[in-house]
Write a new protein. Structure first.
Length: 43
């Protein structure tokens, strides 16, 4: 289960970086959204 969560996190984070968030604020939002997705998957 941990591997699935880690893989999901890495894919979301990598996808967020590749879409070109140009500011730290945008990066923070991407990380926050990824965290929320992981929490939903874990519930």
């Amino acid at each position: 289960m941990k591997k699935i969560i880690a893989l999901t996190f890495m894919l979301l984070l990598g996808g967020g970086l590749l879409t070109g968030c140009n500011t730290m604020e945008g990066f923070g939002e991407d990380v926050e959204n990824a965290g929320e997705e992981i929490e939903e998957e874990a519930s």
